[in-house]
Design a protein around this ligand. Structure first.
Ligand SMILES: Nc1nc2c(c(=O)[nH]1)N[C@H]1C(S)=C(S)[C@@H](COP(=O)(O)OP(=O)(O)OC[C@H]3O[C@@H](n4cnc5c(N)ncnc54)[C@H](O)[C@@H]3O)O[C@H]1N2
Ligand code: MOO
Length: 417
């Protein structure tokens, strides 16, 4: 089996490297209190307990009639009740009277259940016969009633510190009446691209030039990761320009993120300048794409150097930078969801590095998961990312993989890609 010429025995496996990278970053300690409406995407800094029961009172889950289950009698082979209507209850407008035996009230979904009554029957199963309300037996006492505290009792913790406030968490916090919430401050990430070949959008391309695409893809990822980012533009392959860019970035941000210049080329100065201005703790992992990923420190800021190849920069962000940002933001880490799928196109791979090939995951007519490689997998071919909805993760020693093999896939996090 041919071996990957870029693999080196000394390169660390990503599963071994990630915990070591994570050890080097610390969660934020600064918090702030925000009105709930401004807290979307933030990370909770305190556990949140319900101060009220949920639901706060017994209420109807259907529009219908509320009555006592014990008022049902056996009649013509079935349980039913003939009751006198004494009032009605609407959501926000409880029934204020009493309900003697043999009576019922009309009740709407969400309206409080009078304390004497215990059961609701939906309107469609009721007959109005003159003065009588005839109710067919529901399946059990308590049917169609949402009991006070059945979801959460007051005092129970409903959200843990370290949880991202997404839409559901916004709703849960509102349900328990939290108007202002303590969250971690937002992280700031300063980002710049390096490379003399890079041109801004809107300028014509001269010989040997390309557009700077990494800054846009990385800005997209940083926005989705809910951090503030500072765009420091394109920095030339020139040591003094890089030094100034690093100093400026480190003074303004919690993380300095760069693309390009981390390999071994004659103009790859990123690592060299960072070593002079700060320190590099990690360089190169046994992954493809993204092998020359670098991590270190400059001033008080964490440094992450993404390889310049566009797919390599996205993959290393996704697999390495994103978990670091999560920890720095105060988020409790979660493991990615991994699935097994049947391969529908052949995979070319040389043994030596863990590969994150880009795939399209779908279900076939019988409901089984299948995955197809997006096509050519060059680390400069960014369309392989935009066509994909998952990584196909191939083990370090794995070689070519035939159609029909079972492979491990990681669906893209819908928030990030
Ligand atoms: N002799 C070796 N050469 C290379 C090795 C190696 O081990 N030995 N590793 C290769 C691998 S793997 C990668 S990945 C790249 C990474 O190199 P750099 O991080 O130094 O990146 P650059 O050389 O600056 O650029 C690589 C490639 O990507 C293009 N690029 C850079 N920035 C951008 C941007 N902002 N937008 C779009 N495209 C960008 C650049 O033009 C190059 O084509 O090194 C291999 N070489
Ligand atoms: O690892 Mo590089 O990222 O193969 O292109």
């Amino acid at each position: 089996m041919p071996t990957d010429p870029c693999a080196q025995p000394s390169l660390m496996h990503p599963d071994q490297a990630l915990p070591l990278l994570l050890e080097r970053v610390q969660p934020l300690t600064e918090t702030q209190v925000l009105p709930l409406a401004q807290a979307l995407g933030r990370v909770l800094a305190e556990d949140q307990a319900a101060t009220i029961d949920l639901p706060p009172f017994d209420n109807a889950s259907m529009d219908g009639y509320a009555f006592r289950f014990d008022d049902l009698v056996h009649s013509q082979g079935q349980q039913e009740a003939s009751l006198t209507l004494v009032g009605s209850a609407f959501a926000g407008h409880p029934y204020a009277g009493t309900c003697p035996r043999g009576t019922c009230i009309r009740i709407m979904t969400g309206a409080p259940l009078p304390p004497e009554l215990d059961t609701v029957q939906m309107q469609e199963l009721i007959r109005v016969e003159g003065e009588w309300i005839r109710i067919e037996a529901p399946h059990a006492r308590g049917a169609n009633v949402r009991r006070r505290g059945e979801e959460v009792a007051a005092g129970t913790q409903v959200l843990n510190a370290g949880t991202r406030i997404n839409a559901a968490e916004m709703g849960v916090l509102a349900t328990i009446g939290v108007a202002r919430v303590r969250v971690y401050r937002r992280l700031t990430v300063a980002f710049f691209s390096t490379g003399d070949e890079l041109r801004p959008l809107g300028s014509p391309l001269a010989a040997g030039q390309i557009y700077d695409s990494n800054r846009y893809a990385i800005q997209g990822l940083l926005s989705r990761a809910d951090v503030d980012w500072l765009d420091l533009g394109v920095v030339a392959d020139e040591p003094e320009a890089l030094r100034q860019a690093f100093r400026s970035a480190a003074a303004q941000a919690d993380m300095v993120l760069t693309s390009g210049g981390v390999s071994v080329g004659a103009a790859d100065y990123t690592k060299q300048i960072l070593e002079e201005e700060g320190k590099i703790s990690f360089w190169k992992l046994a992954i493809k794409p993204g092998k020359p990923f670098a991590m270190g420190q400059i001033g008080d800021a964490i440094f992450c150097g993404l390889p310049g190849n566009p797919v390599s920069s996205m993959v290393t962000f996704y697999k390495l930078v994103w978990p670091l940002l999560n920890k720095m933001q105060g988020l409790t880490q979660t493991l990615p969801l991994l699935l097994d799928a049947t391969l529908k196109s052949q995979i070319r791979k040389q043994a030596g590095r863990v590969e994150y090939q880009r795939g399209i995951l779908s279900r076939n007519a019988t409901g089984e998961l299948e995955v197809t490689v997006t096509g050519a997998q060059g680390s400069g071919m960014l369309t392989s990312m935009s066509l994909a909805n998952c990584f196909i993760i191939l083990a370090q020693e794995q070689g070519d993989t035939p159609i029909g093999a079972r492979v491990r896939v990681e669906p893209f996090n819908s928030v990030l890609c």
